[in-house]
Design a binder for this molecule. Structure first.
Ligand SMILES: C[S@@+](CC[C@H](N)C(=O)[O-])C[C@H]1O[C@@H](n2cnc3c(N)ncnc32)[C@H](O)[C@@H]1O
Length: 305
């Protein structure tokens, strides 16, 4: 069976808030499989420029193929595309200050990363405990799971996973070590904390979700320093945008959204940004039905003053 493609979330809303105009200069901080970038490219036209970041070389190669197809179709109407296979926290080294009309980031993992068992992101498949977006180096989830002491593990699962049974889970992990695969870890966590509900309708009131969801989220955030990356991007975004330029950020859990919300509020107080979304934009019912991943998405947008 063919694997499902990554479906870009809140696509129309992203384009609208980015205010993509022909000839503009835009940055996609999280190219992924190029869903948002393909749509931005179509609106930018031949005089536009698109700078695409992704620290996952596998994703970047796939997205490049997709954008090459768009280029064939558009011919001279295709904008110039520059690929930067680095973390978006390094954007200030790659992008001129005051040069962007818009910056988009769609945080989290892509379907490609989740679907490929060998990447180790999914508790639904048997794979090595890897979870690195950038496979060129750095600590793996296997190292964290097998080397961290029990208290660090518990704190990590509590803070990055918002998991209340973090101590119980950390104890079970330490007893079961060594743990080598995603399926082994999922079994250990499920046995320690069998039922868990999502936060969809308020804390623990949503439908039941897989017991390992939050522990896997916590490890992924740690392995990829996801929150540190977002903080760095939030610090540099304002200086990369032209006055009047837009920043559009899509979060998938409350830890990410809180960072964005607080940074926008502080920048608005300092008269650096105008917030365009008083409340975060969420997926329509139709989109939520079509694409379950969009159910937890929250888009916030702001404009540089
Ligand atoms: C949700 S996907 C983006 C999907 C994309 N918008 C699309 O429609 O195809 C997130 C992508 O961002 C990348 N990513 C996440 N954090 C990153 C970071 N700090 N620096 C660079 N790329 C990052 C991931 O590797 C992943 O490919």
């Amino acid at each position: 069976m063919e694997k499902p493609q990554h479906v870009p979330v809140l696509l129309e809303e992203s384009l609208e808030y980015l205010n993509v105009r022909p000839g503009g200069v835009f940055m996609d901080a999280t190219l992924g499989l190029g869903g948002h970038s393909s749509a931005i490219a179509r609106k930018l036209g031949g005089k536009g420029k698109l700078i695409c970041f992704d620290r996952d070389p596998e994703a970047m190669a796939k997205a490049q193929q997709r954008l090459n197809e768009v280029a064939e179709e558009l011919g001279s109407g295709m904008p110039e595309v520059r690929y930067v296979p680095r973390a978006f926290s390094e954007a200030a080294d790659e992008v001129e200050p005051n040069s962007l009309d818009g910056l988009l980031a769609d945080f989290g993992v892509s379907s490609l990363q989740l679907d490929e068992a060998h990447r180790g992101f999914s508790f639904r498949a048997e794979g090595p405990l890897d979870m690195r977006m950038d496979t060129r180096g750095g600590e793996t989830a296997e190292q964290v799971v097998n080397e961290a002491d029990e208290e660090d593990l518990a704190n990590l699962i509590y803070e990055n996973g918002e998991e209340r049974r973090s101590r119980k889970i950390a104890r079970a992990i330490v007893r079961a070590r060594p743990i080598r695969t995603t399926a082994e870890l999922a079994r250990v966590v499920s046995a320690a904390a069998p039922t868990i509900r999502s936060f969809e309708h308020g804390r623990n009131k949503g439908p039941q979700i897989h017991p390992a969801t939050r522990t896997f989220q916590a490890l992924r955030i740690r392995v990829n320093d996801e929150l540190g990356e977002i903080q760095s991007l939030l610090k540099s975004a304002g200086s990369l945008l032209k006055p009047g330029g837009r920043v559009v950020l899509i979060s998938f859990h409350s830890l990410e959204d809180r960072l964005v919300k607080d940074a926008f509020r502080d920048a608005a107080k300092a008269n650096q940004l105008d917030i365009l979304t008083k409340k975060p934009v969420v997926a329509s019912e139709q989109e939520s039905l079509r694409n379950p991943r969009s159910r937890s998405a929250k888009l916030r947008a702001a404009q540089k003053i």
